[in-house]
Unconditional design. Sequence first.
Length: 77
Amino acid sequence: MPSTLKIDLNIDKHKRPTLVIACPSCQHELTHHLETLLPDSTLNCEKCNSGIGVTRNDLLRAQDLYTRILIDDGGKT
């Protein structure tokens, strides 16, 4: 079974989500705008240069997290 990426989101004042991913190799946090990522993208860690695959399931998890944050916040983010 593939390992699950540790993901989180930062949401700016315009409600645009930035995906925060912990590098599986060194735990360095990478950021990337969620709306510009495509399924099966590869991001390179700036610290250890490991390639980090972002799958369709990872993006669906991030989108679900984004929706839950907006609902919990009442859309005030």
